[in-house]
Design a binder for this molecule. Sequence first.
Ligand code: MRU
Length: 348
Amino acid sequence: MSAFHTLRWIDNGLELLDQRLLPERCEYARFSSADAVAAAIRELVVRGAPAIGCAAAYGIAVEAERLRDCTPDQFAAGMDRAFGVLGASRPTAVNLQWALDRMRASLAGADITETGRCAALLLHTAARIAEEDVSINRSMGAHGAALLPDACRVMTHCNAGALATAGHGTALGIIRSAVSSGKKVGVIANETRPFLQGARLTAWELQQDGIPVTLIADSAAGHLMGTQQIDAVIVGADRVAANGDVANKIGTYMMAVLARRHGIPFYVACPLSTIDIATADGTAIPIEERDAAEVAGYGNLRWAPPGVNIANPVFDVTPADLVTALITERGVLHRPSRAGIRELFGGR
Ligand code: MRU
């Protein structure tokens, strides 16, 4: 288990590790309303698809606790509003809606006049979602680790680690599982412009665990794939469409094209909660656009000239045919297709 917690329920309240401060400072912030949790998701205090799903679930739980002394009508209206605010906090990662749907189903099965009991039930469901996330990541880790050779070098993009989940990680979970099984794994972490999740978060997280990591500029990825032995590229996902197209952090598509050019397997680690069978293909996945300031500079430093036009799409879509395999908690789906994905969900 990592030495830090992405989210923790402590002294009857929710705390999130403020990922904007890493790697300089490892500090937790406390949240006691759905509005505050939604703002934390929007502002990337917590980020990564499974982690924002867990945070949104806890956001519902803290709101229920906050409203427990209201009348049942006020409680129901307040909870409806909380689902709306949290659901609108970020558009691309489907885990957010998936977790909120589970929380809604949990509330639907309760007696709304018993507000205290509803609050307890919602907290229990949020904690279950977070616990299950860790065990799902461990299953994915075991399936994925079996695909890696004994001594290998793996490239990754963005942060799909413990910091992006309730623990263990998806792409980095596979690396952690491979290392625990005795394999020697070296990681090449792409810095991941513009918000630097690779440089700030992946490099830090792997250092904490003593897993060898080399940080590169995104633009060095093709050169390394061509000149050094890279055995696999493993990334996470924010949403996988019903045909296997993968939305992940901007730059992932470039890595997939380069991996294909160099004959390197390109694996996507994704729990079933990241697969959206209601989205037919990648063209229907909403791609978040963030503030131009993320491209123009970082922190207090600004390098772009004032007034220049800036575009900042923060996810891209990798077509299914560039994906060697999806690694899920139910096993590995090679050459993902609509039929293969349907099969993963039991033929539905
Ligand atoms: O904008 P972010 O940092 O939330 O983007 C995160 C990613 O794109 C991750 O690769 C993805 O969520 C997989 S997390 C296990």
